[in-house]
Design a protein around this ligand. Structure first.
Ligand SMILES: [Zn+2]
Length: 220
């Protein structure tokens, strides 16, 4: 009987230290899941565009941009999905309306969704900022999920710093990749690109990556 008691004590200790469900959703994200997004001003972008050498290889985010650019912390789509699954493997989102073909109904402004976690449903809204076509749809969905998850307290500490569109920035990722001088810089530049945006630069990354041996896994 004694080992049974011990197992019970350990389980109970784990339960008090390890949060689950909606409480887990509120837990701050670990540093390695938080990315840094450069948010240059229009002037800073124009300055670097006019003279590429006005930029620096940023040690914070890895991109090539003006030295005075401010950064925002954000949790990427993959990290947020990972957390939602940890909280509730059956989590789900659905659009608030569907069109005649059963597809999510987008308003002219964006997309309203219902996010359900652990049986609790909350609303979220996402817009596309300046995105067009399929990218606009992905941006609206990602933005709506971040917005709804924030209503559950996910990454709330990061939201305090300001509204966040992870793809909405003025960094010229192509130039940022091309400005790489060596393998380490190239890796940093590539990883600085928000995950959702990377596929657009896959071909270029592959071409540049070919200059550096053993880089195929980065460009893949
Ligand atoms: Zn930076």
């Amino acid at each position: 009987m004694r080992w049974l008691n011990l197992a019970h004590i350990i389980a109970e200790a784990n339960m008090t230290t390890k949060k689950t469900g909606l409480e887990l959703l509120r837990e701050p994200f670990p540093a390695h899941q938080i990315s840094r997004l450069p948010k240059p001003t229009a002037n800073q972008t124009a300055e670097v565009k006019a003279d590429f050498k006005k930029g620096i290889r940023c040690l914070q985010c890895g991109a090539w941009h003006h030295k005075d650019v401010v950064h925002l912390d954000y949790v990427g789509h993959a990290a947020l999905t990972d957390r939602l699954l940890d909280c509730d493997p059956t989590w789900n989102w659905e659009p608030m309306g569907v069109d005649a073909f059963g597809q999510p109904a987008f308003s002219s402004q964006g997309l309203w969704i219902r996010l359900t976690v652990c049986g609790v449903t909350r609303l979220g809204f996402g817009d596309a900022q300046d995105k067009k076509g399929p990218n606009a749809i992905k941006e609206m969905i990602g933005d709506a999920l971040r917005n709804a998850a924030m209503r559950f307290g996910a990454a709330l500490d990061l939201w305090h710093k300001g509204d966040l569109h992870i793809e909405d920035n003025e960094i010229d990722w192509e130039e940022s990749l091309k400005a790489s001088k060596n393998r380490a810089e190239f890796e940093r530049a590539y990883k600085a690109i928000p995950t959702d945006t990377r596929p657009q630069f896959a071909e270029l990354a592959k071409a540049i990556g070919a200059k550096y041996p053993k880089l195929t896994e980065v460009a893949a």
